[in-house]
Design a protein around this ligand. Structure first.
Ligand SMILES: NC(=O)c1ccc[n+]([C@@H]2O[C@H](COP(=O)([O-])OP(=O)(O)OC[C@H]3O[C@@H](n4cnc5c(N)ncnc54)[C@H](O)[C@@H]3O)[C@@H](O)[C@H]2O)c1
Ligand SMILES: O=C(O)[C@H](O)CO
Length: 316
């Protein structure tokens, strides 16, 4: 069984992979090219791909009968893989749900707090050497405790964000999801997105990427938001119409945004980079040693199950 891991991993994951499998670990952090993806499907039994490795229908068309029978994705989001095309080619797909949940919820709170409290702007001021000292009206931001948050996509991460907002910050939680959830804390289900957008102080996006959610947050949702409201996106960049977001920020339709993901990642529009009321992180949601190691182990658990002929624990 030949395994390809498409990026360098943490030391613990690398050691386990080398110990348990005949593995090649690609020595580059760049996404696979289309030809590398075709070669991966042709030459390996299992591939551990990740974000940026765009296994589209075109790639599966390039390889008539893939040797590869499993794409054990490193990451919960799998919108870079055309799952239907993979299945049609006899390739199963797994992901790493759960391992990413708390860290990503923590980054959502980091973005919410940093944007509301102007932390990035304040940090830049101190670093510039131009800070003139404290005064009663210096750099006033928005209070967070007790405010109303709207969460779009009440899955694992959405619920972890909601718990932090409710238990940690005494916030009122409203949400939109495909179905109402049975939750152990108070949260109001608002089925209509524009209605939800209109009543919250913070709107947090936590849905999966892909065709169903492409530009879910468009000009109409942004224009429904209050001028004092802040948008946070930890989901996938293309869930938010970035051009419409820039327009909403420039025209004061909304007060700010906290972003971990971008429509044309890693390209971040200059317009966003120039705005003080926007907090920009480089897709840090799961970026801790422990979480990346847990994700790697979860991907390798799926590989191990495949090799042993057992049911795949995280089949998509
Ligand atoms: N920024 C990061 O580093 C980072 C890290 C982890 C995950 N993510 C993203 O977060 C996503 C969510 O992860 P999760 O583990 O919570 O997934 P999940 O499947 O548990 O939750 C997604 C929720 O969104 C809901 N949903 C789907 N389509 C919807 C729609 N059109 N409108 C409203 N709700 C909809 C689903 O019903 C589900 O409740 C991932 O798919 C990934 O793209 C980002
Ligand atoms: O989907 C995920 O798990 C993240 O975006 C990658 O860490």
């Amino acid at each position: 069984m030949k395994l390809l891991i498409t990026r360098p991993m943490t030391a613990a994951v690398t050691a386990r992979a080398r110990d348990e499998f005949d593995v090649e670990i690609r020595d580059s952090n760049a996404p696979l090219s289309i030809n590398e993806m075709a070669r991966a499907l042709r030459d390996y039994d299992v591939v551990v791909p990740t974000l940026g490795d765009v296994f589209s229908a075109d790639v599966f068309e390039m390889v008539t009968v893939p040797r590869c029978k499993l794409l054990a994705n490193f990451g919960v989001g799998f919108n870079h893989i055309d799952v239907a095309a993979a299945q049609a080619a006899g390739v199963r797909v797994t992901n790493t749900p759960g391992a990413v949940t708390d860290a990503t919820a923590d980054i959502a709170m980091t973005l919410l707090l940093a944007t509301a409290r102007r932390a990035g702007e304040g940090e830049r001021l101190v670093r510039s050497g131009n800070w003139q000292g404290w005064h009663p009206t210096q750099m006033l931001g928005q209070h967070v405790t007790g405010k109303r948050v709207g969460i779009i996509g009440m899955g694992r991460i959405g619920q972890a964000i909601a718990r932090r907002c409710h238990f940690g910050f005494g916030m009122q939680v409203s949400y939109q999801s495909r179905t109402p959830k049975d939750l152990d804390f108070p949260a109001e289900f608002v089925p209509d997105l524009a209605t939800l957008a209109a009543v919250v102080d913070f709107l947090v996006v936590a849905v999966p990427g892909g065709v169903d959610t492409f530009h879910l947050i468009d000009a109409s949702v942004l224009s429904a938001m209050r001028p004092s409201a802040i948008l946070v996106n930890i989901a996938r960049g293309e869930v938010v119409d970035e051009a419409a977001l820039i327009h909403a920020l420039k025209t004061g339709q909304i007060a700010g945004a906290g972003l971990d993901v971008y429509e044309f990642e890693p390209a971040v529009p200059q317009a966003l980079r120039e705005m003080e009321n926007v907090t920009l992180l480089p897709h840090l949601g799961t970026a801790t040693e422990e979480v990346r190691t847990d994700m790697g182990h979860m991907a390798l658990d799926n590989v191990a199950a495949f090799v042993a002929g057992r049911p795949l624990p995280n089949l998509v």
